[in-house]
Design a protein around this ligand. Structure first.
Ligand SMILES: Cc1cc2nc3c(=O)[nH]c(=O)nc-3n(C[C@H](O)[C@H](O)[C@H](O)COP(=O)(O)O)c2cc1C
Length: 433
């Protein structure tokens, strides 16, 4: 098998031949050749409820897009779409996402990184090293610019230039050396910056770089962008593709397209900000087109087997925001075209406080209706929150941001609690016999 651009530390992939996991125990082809067209999931239905406590490092392995390895505990028939019943999912299962093995179901959800030159520096290496040491199985980087025109918009990571690949490689090597996975989050900022940043910096930016779907005032930053043109739309898409190819070269395990939180791609999904009358607006399909075509561009740059994720808002929490049914349809289309996972988020103008999964209902509906895996992010604070998300919704992964900002060892604490719960359940079961 010849090596290609898409060869990753934990997988071999060729455009024609599919992927093969290299870790022991992954003998067969895991990812089918290109032109993946997983069957569309059926309508929402009641969750299976087969109780089984998590067993720590369960050997259960979920195959790509719904294929399932034999379930070792022998009590869990696969659901009609091939996934394990929700109650069979352990927080610390090892799973496969697009042919790449993930150590557990917990993602560190993206948290913006501060850097002046776009390169991960010593502070980022320290942070990501601590997160990996603390048991975070998969880490999504902070939002990372794809277009050099947006250099200077925010002091965050960049994959907009080849010269930055080496610095990103140092970050991915570090995370891999600790057994975790790392995904690069790609963003086109558009007109959405923090108000503070906008007042301080945007007056110095070239007017031409501030773009939004219809040139309406950004309600958050107050920025006054202009309407993006069709050729600039194509540029945004190809910039995502180029950055994704750099992410592959830099050793990332996958990329996440940021189509949430008021950045350019998510603005296309907002009827209030997208008043376009061309192919990129005017109807649900029109509003979804930008995200869909950006995904296609990224997919064609990275090949069929490389994990591609997308973060979306399931609700914006204000009038004129996205419509859940439209987001769901977008995610169904993305799933049909091979998107590996959708991360559900929302209400980004004011991230809700408090505990308990914020978007459980929407994520559950999403998970029941699409074949891409769902990462539920927002409000997960305890092992019980996580179990509820796995048991009552068919989500596959759990995204956590703020708890890990406070405590990089948060995941290891959940792991200890999970083991204790499994031991108590086993003790109770044997006492009952
Ligand atoms: C300081 C901070 C920075 C964030 N940066 C990003 C980011 O770069 N990209 C992103 O998609 N979300 C970002 N988020 C949102 C989180 O990924 C997550 O969606 C949100 O915090 C809800 O999850 P939580 O309740 O576990 O914190 C950020 C959140 C915080 C608090």
């Amino acid at each position: 098998m010849s090596k290609t651009l898409f060869e990753m530390p934990f997988q071999l992939c060729t455009a024609a031949g599919g992927c093969r996991g290299l870790d022991a125990g992954f003998g067969g082809p895991l990812c089918p050749p290109p032109a993946r067209a997983p069957a569309e999931a059926g309508p929402v239905r009641a969750m299976d409820a087969i109780p089984r406590e998590s067993k720590g490092e369960s050997p259960q392995v979920m195959m790509h897009h719904g294929e399932e390895a034999p379930v070792p505990y022998g009590r869990a028939p696969a659901a009609a779409d091939g996934r394990a019943p929700a109650a069979c999912r352990g927080i610390f299962d090892r799973t496969l996402l697009g042919g790449t093995e993930l150590p557990n179901r917990i993602f560190r959800a993206a948290v913006g990184d501060r850097t002046e030159d776009g390169a991960p520096g010593p502070a980022s290496l320290d942070l990501y090293g601590a997160l990996a040491d603390g048991g975070a199985g998969s880490i999504v980087t902070g939002f990372t610019i794809v277009d050099e025109l947006e250099k200077g918009f925010m002091p965050i990571f960049s994959l907009a230039e080849d010269r930055l690949i080496g610095a990103h490689r140092a970050l991915t090597d570090l995370v891999h050396s600790k057994g975790a996975r790392i995904f690069a989050q790609l963003v086109q900022i558009g007109s959405y910056q923090s108000e503070e940043f906008h007042k301080a910096v945007t007056p110095r930016l070239p007017f031409l770089t501030l773009m939004s779907p219809s040139g309406l005032h950004d309600p958050v930053s107050g920025a006054a962008p202009r309407e993006i043109t069709p050729s600039e739309i194509r540029r945004v898409q190809s910039k995502h593709a180029e950055a994704a190819a750099r992410a592959v070269k830099a050793g990332y395990d996958g990329v996440e397209i940021h189509a949430a939180h008021g950045f350019l791609l998510s603005q296309f999904m907002q009827p209030g900000l997208n008043r376009r009358e061309d192919d990129y607006g005017g109807s649900p399909a029109g509003r979804a087109r930008m995200a869909l075509e950006t995904y296609r561009a990224v997919r064609s740059a990275v090949g069929a087997c490389y994990p591609v994720l997308m973060k979306v808002n399931v609700m914006d929490g204000f009038e004129g925001g996205c419509v859940f049914g439209e987001v769901l349809e977008l995610c169904r289309s993305l799933s049909r075209e091979g998107l590996d996972a959708v991360e559900t988020s929302g209400c980004w103008r004011k991230i809700p406080e408090g505990s308990g999964p914020f978007f459980l209902k929407e994520a559950g509906e999403m998970a029941a209706r699409i074949t891409a895996k769902v990462i539920l992010t927002g409000g997960l604070r305890t092992r019980e929150d996580m179990r509820a998300a796995l048991d009552s919704a068919r989500v596959e992964y759990l995204g956590v941001a703020r708890p890990l900002m406070r405590d990089p060892d948060f995941v290891d604490r959940i792991r200890r609690e999970d083991r204790m719960a499994a031991e108590s359940a086993a003790a109770a079961a044997s006492a009952a016999q």
